[in-house]
Design a protein around this ligand. Structure first.
Ligand code: 5AD
Length: 345
């Protein structure tokens, strides 16, 4: 078994650069064995509700950046958000992920109310927020209102690389501070990065792995960078399925108890097999879209994102795909298992 728990940055970078020499089937089998000892063959689902595509930021890669004047902007009302949850609950979702751009319209007060309402109506469900960088007190307020988890990808562990992907107003240090604050408050915290983003090197990916090892997040979201036509990176090459799967497997081996989604971006690059391939490389989560159908095409962070499939149909297909490879979609909050066994012993 490949043991790289104590690898240096240089060793990780060499491993990534020379990955053609590594038997991929063997690596994925190891990743699956680790995943199965932490989580069995269960696949957790999260209902993704894209609450707003207004964003004050201008990230160079993202289709809903404020500089994209062609984006048709929308916001869901609290009633619409609750009705997405209701629909999702009936379909078997026990986690709702509220994701959106950094939109001042959703004040702390309004978000607190939305979180409280969801937790009151669906007390057996987890609420995950994915709403960007906020101050400590705002994160604390949402946590006290009942939010369980927060997703904030670090995007890249290297500050110089970060500055090539973001406008100068955005700070790598602040982003990491946010992630540390989330952990301190007690959220199950998710971070992650894009694979194959412009200017990314093997060293950068090695730094991403070392940062994950240091942060020990409960969730890690990674997916290929995919260009969006109305951004400065419209003509950049996208990330590959191959490298994404390789990184997924390494993350599973490095963080045995992490909740790792087989992301929508992976499914976009390989619509027929992307989700299955992610799971077979060690992922254990899928995040189907629960947003109302009329807004989905507006939440276009990259080109060709699937917006057509109804959630119920998508789930039928997903269940079949997971069954085909020996896994099953479960109705469960799907919390992080880390440390649980020790506490029960
Ligand atoms: N390609 C792939 N992923 C992207 N994201 C944003 N834009 C793109 C893109 N063009 C990712 C970022 C962000 C998450 C919500 O989506 O990593 O954190």
């Amino acid at each position: 078994m490949l043991d790289f728990t104590n690898f240096t940055k240089r060793e990780f970078a060499d491993l990534i650069r020379n990955r053609a020499e590594i038997d991929r089937e063997e690596l994925y089998a190891e990743a699956r064995a680790v995943r199965e000892s932490s989580y069995g063959t269960d696949v957790y689902i999260r209902g993704l509700i894209e609450i707003t595509n207004y964003c004050k930021n201008d990230c160079l890669y993202c289709g809903i950046r404020k500089g994209n004047l062609d984006a048709m902007r929308y916001r869901l009302t609290p009633e619409q958000i609750l009705s997405c949850c209701e629909h999702g609950y009936e379909l078997g979702f026990r986690t709702f992920v509220l994701q959106g751009g950094e939109d001042y319209f959703f004040s702390d007060e309004l978000l607190e109310k939305i979180v409280r309402d969801i937790k009151r109506c669906f007390p057996d469900c987890a609420v995950t927020l994915s709403l960007g960088e906020k101050e400590y007190d705002s994160y604390l307020r949402f946590f006290e209102a009942g939010a369980d988890r927060y997703l904030l990808r670090h995007e890249t562990a290297n500050p110089l690389h970060y500055s090539l992907l973001h406008p100068k107003e955005m700070s790598h240090a602040h982003r990491l501070e946010c992630i540390r604050n989330l952990k301190r408050i007690g959220y199950q915290t998710g971070t992650g990065f894009m694979v194959g983003s412009p200017y990314q090197t093997a060293e950068n990916l090695a730094e991403d792995l070392l940062l994950l090892k240091e942060l020990q997040p409960e969730m890690v979201g990674i997916g290929p960078f995919l260009p969006h036509h109305a951004t400065p990176f419209a003509h950049e090459a996208g990330g590959t399925v191959e490298l994404t799967l390789f990184m997924l497997a390494l993350i599973r081996l490095l963080l045995p108890f992490s909740l790792l989604p087989s992301t929508t971006a992976l499914g976009t690059l390989d619509p027929a097999r992307g989700r299955q391939r992610g799971i077979l490389a060690g992922a254990n989560v899928v995040m189907p879209n629960l947003s109302p159908s009329d807004v989905r095409s507006k939440y276009m962070i990259y080109d060709n994102k699937n917006t057509a499939t109804e959630t119920a149909d998508y789930l039928v297909q997903l269940k079949r795909e997971m069954h085909e490879i020996g896994y099953q979609v479960v109705t469960s909050r799907g919390d992080c298992n880390r440390g649980r066994r020790m506490m029960n012993d």
